[in-house]
Design a protein around this ligand. Sequence first.
Ligand code: ATP
Ligand code: MG
Length: 233
Amino acid sequence: MEVGIQRKKVGGAGLITLHSPRSIATNHYKMLFSKVDRICRREKKKVIAVTSSVKGEGKTTTVSNLAVVGAKNFGERTLLIDGDFNNPSVPQQFELPSGQGLVDVFEGTCQLGEVIQKTSIENLAILHVGHISQARRDKNIWATKQMAEAIEEMRGWFDYIWIDAPPILPLFDMNVISQLVDGMLLVVQAGKIPKAVMLQSLKSIDSRKFIGSVFNRSKISWPQKNYSHHYKY
Ligand SMILES: Nc1ncnc2c1ncn2[C@@H]1O[C@H](COP(=O)(O)OP(=O)(O)OP(=O)(O)O)[C@@H](O)[C@H]1O
Ligand SMILES: [Mg+2]
């Protein structure tokens, strides 16, 4: 499959794996990718959604850096889908103009292959939300047949498909995403939400799909304390 026309140059302060490839943080993302990769290979998973209990816990940062290391360091043909339809943040993370995306395909104005953007990072492509109307926003795009068909089609084109998913709270129905993906990671920002809320979020994720949680922004005293991670599987 030939996607996009031109490679789009990407950047962004949050892409530490790109701009500081030898940092401790990048090593943590590589270790995280390796752990997830081991599970995915064993369980034949390739479509992975990254969510969190509430907004702002680090979903976009985590999924973007995992996609970068998977593509750049591990050579996996990787697609990152901006799936947080109410709050698309992948373009900003990668310093890309938003442009056409999934919704434009659903509107029939273009083909899937045309809106998947190749990037300047070898093996990494990005799929934007596209020009989303309020009417579309009000529907749950994740629950549409078009979304299911698009994911099925793209499975054959990539080794990994990462999805920057919406947060579970206030009221996102994780079942609809669960049905479309093979695995889910839960990003948990240290000290942000009460444990009971986090446990409630875990309950809303189908246990057969749950890969693990990423403990983000912990104050564990690594030599470089920002971007430190602690993983629990
Ligand atoms: N490990 C980290 N170390 C330092 N800063 C981080 C880390 N992870 C995320 N951040 C910062 O926290 C803020 C929120 O992160 P991010 O946008 O990735 O969260 P999000 O869950 O995608 O948010 P939203 O729900 O609004 O889309 C950003 O300013 C990001 O740079
Ligand atoms: Mg986000």
